[in-house]
Design a protein around this ligand. Sequence first.
Ligand code: SF4
Length: 322
Amino acid sequence: MITLQDLSVHYGKKSVLRDVNLSVQEGESVAVVGESGAGKSTLAKVVLGFVKATGGTYSFNGIDVSRLKGREMREWRYASQAVLQNPTASLNPRVRVDTSITEPLTARARMSKRKKRQKAEELLDLVGLDAGLATRYPTQLSGGQRQRVVIARAIGADPELLLLDEPVSALDASARAQVLNILSDLRQERAVTTLYITHDLATVGYLCERVVVLYAGEVMEDLPIEALYTGPDNPYTRELRKASLEPTEVETDNDGVRASATGGITPASSNGCPFAGQCPIAQEICFQEKPKLKTLSNGWRSRCHFAGEPSKDTMLGTDSKA
Ligand code: SF4
């Protein structure tokens, strides 16, 4: 089980994550969504042990990951496999596919060439690729094939945690659908604890049971996946969902990821709600007092002064709240 408790990260004076509280149960699949600048990538780096939290704790099955060093940290890196946005950067172009796929296994135990090849072919089959690709190099594969090789390598390590950080955003539409289907099938078969980091609300339903919404480094809402589509509680989640359903001209960042769904992240003063500057129903109190992340009677969590209040639906011009 993953537990983030009051987790904060500052880069110099810049606060990137603030008091994030989040838990993911064993075998659960949770999406962390938000716009560019919300803090998603930093959260992924903390979870993988690449960035140390400035405050708070992060533990996996009760072990404080920030305290791991040397061999223990290396073991953690094998136990927590990642599939990142750019498969080309994840694979060494000079290393053959079979060697890449079996690298986490050979780092732990010796394997004969025959065994290595056999294992690579099994894993290629698992992600719907021809066994003949085992002897190819990454440059001889398409982007979608490369990402499937990265998934095969991650799954082959039999991880305790699978972190997916925008795994399909760099792929074309057809490769994206194939990779999502493979990840969804693997989820059904293996029930690995999964954290899916993405800006793309349209894809989270394929892989996740729960969604955590980040804005300006803070959790705004934590809700079941169905509720994301039927009617979130939080005004920010509603705006994010609305923007994802209304394709318009969008800015993208250097990686081609949608940079802004709601007009960009412009946090209010440190005293107020982080979304106050753009919230369609902001009231005076929103600029003066910071709302707490409240647990609602249905178990969702929402950071809003009016969380769970039916009157908020009228203000937003909708009565579709679950
Ligand atoms: S606290 Fe105010 S500004 Fe923040 S989401 Fe709720 S209504 Fe909007």
